[in-house]
Design a protein around this ligand. Sequence first.
Ligand code: GLN
Ligand code: ZN
Length: 745
Amino acid sequence: MTNKSNSLTTLTLGYPRIGEKREVKKALESYWAKKISSDELYTTIEDIEKSNWQKQIDAGIDLIAVGDMSLYDHILDWTVYLGLIPSRFKSFTGLQQYFAMARGADGIPALEMTKWFDTNYHYLVPEIEADCQPCNNFQGFLNQVKRGQNILVKSANPIIISPVTLVALSRYEGSLRENVEKLLPLYQSLLEELKGYGITEIQIHEPILVTDETAEVKEATIKTYEIFNQVGLAINLVTYFEDLGNNYGWVINLPVEAISLDFTRGNNLDLLQKYGFPSDKRLGVGIVDARNVWQVNYAQVQDVLETVKTVTTNISIQPSASLQFVPLDVEREVNLPAHLRNILSFAQQKLIELKMLSTEGNGQFWQEKNDKWQSFKALAPHRPGVQEKVKGLTVEDFQRTLSYEERIKQQIKLPIFPTTTIGSFPQTKKLRRLRLNYKKGELSLQEYQEAIDKEIAECIKLQEDIGLDVLVHGEFERTDMVEFFGQRLSGFAFTDSGWVQSYGSRYVRPPIIFGDVERNEPMTIREFKIAQALTDKPVKGMLTGPVTMLNWSFPRADISRKHQAFQIALALQAEVADLQEAGALIIQMDEPAFREGLPLKTALWADYLTWAVDAFRLASAIALPVTQIHTHMCYSEFGDIIKDIEKMDADVISIENSRSNNRTLEEVTTAGYNHQIGNGVYDIHSPVVPSIQQMVKQLEEGIKNLPLQQIWVNPDCGLKTRHWNEVIPALTNMVEATKIIRQQA
Ligand code: GLN
Ligand code: ZN
């Protein structure tokens, strides 16, 4: 691509693929329900693809990513393009096979799903079986490229997921190198084919290079680009989410035309200044933040660009990663206050920013932006009191008054193997309608609350009948565990259409933290009191923890995440105090997103873990010794951070049981975890009602690993997505299983 005078090349790395009105979700669900044909499904996808390209053309982007559209997940797409089909799916073909791998079918489990680096997007983990014969199945991809070329002509810039990154993220046998080498001939033929199409440049996504460096990855990467180089197609090697770290030195010397780096996270700017950059390569400057929703801070970005230009002037201007991690268009958010909306930038706005950054003489444009930032700052609810409070925190604020061993003597006495649930009970259609009616003003607050209270009463009665030891109110008043609290705190904003894909057809609307966080009034006390008044059994006060609130939101960019987590923690601390005052003997503060905040480089873990643990402690340390603090985490892989989790100093933790091999319990025992733990006795993600025997077996495993007094009995997550006719027999069986175990103990 030749540079026009005074203008830098602009390039994109992927665009949101869900459609402005969530068309893809709707089409997928209709297809699964057999209401539309596969042709209709493809038409939807291609329409969105086309309109995405048009938007990028209209914005004047020079090199436009092609191949970012997906029916479910782009990693699954590449798994299929390469013929990496695990044998259990071989009896299926076509779309049936694709969706069986994504979602399971006929009792055959789907591929495992896991988080895409440190984002909240989940990909399907490829399984490369030892005897797997990869094969060329690129037609779907090539069709996409053809369509792109028809519309974009020379701008079409195909995205290729590198074999190194793909294998590194897979489950495989043997070495990384031999698995990569198996795939190289296929990639080579694909590149040849693209060259034949007249494609000028491709982008190869290689995010694995920002994780801890390993000799294996280095070796496989060097080999790969040696082979790719032989094709004679211009390659842009693309990395994102962090800096190249120790990989920098050798990566910049790989035989490629361009290297793209993220300048919004990590230390790439330092590396660039320290080690220079080859003059014969283009540097892709990922400067427009693809992971957050704030408009470019022009002065800051200019500083970075000026520094970059002291090293090399052969640069392109890009988003830091694919724009799939931000919502589509801020113009739709008519319900946000104007002064906030004016400084937000979603995918559509980011395209304009790219263009404006790439050309000179846009002083007016940036001046207007700057004015908008200024008026936001003047109006934003900054609360000096909160910032002062955070600055004035002392060691005692993070410390419960007695040690775990001392305080549990004072806490509530329960039968051995106490039974409980994680908090939510089924969110029925009726309930959702109720909330909607209230939102629309068709129900008064009083009518709404009466209806909620009726649900609570039925739920308490049910739990008593089943014979659970520790009850919950059921969370019927909550839409979402972060949204519910965010709406009751200052400093959080919510969008109407700010959807971002989490996985497949599941999208989320992350809240935006825009100002200081403070609790305006009690948030959960009314429902707690209603529930506790109905029973002699203890009811848990139920809160969402500070780290999860932060990790599932778009954070502010002007203060640190740590500071934001502490602000949220202080707001929750006030709620803990009020719950205690209202008579709660047990308070649960969920932290399902605690682990996902872990940085990509292990060298950075300690810093995150220190403040994340502190945030939880700050929120909970106000609890009196008699108050039992619980937490809940939606995963069971914490062998590597178990000691940090112990430092959170919760009295009881409940966790997911998906690794049914009980490795978690072994890790917990080996590490010497001393607090109480409820290793979910059944998987709530499945509609299957677990049998008594199955749960007895699960509990027997627990007994082998842990002292009896340490074990709790609970499902592995909240029950809100299940139906009552699944929940009632499941919990009844759980209590029966506990009775059997109690007799054996
Ligand atoms: N208390 C919440 C619930 O039961 C926890 C949800 C979660 O772990 N994600 O729904
Ligand atoms: Zn959970």
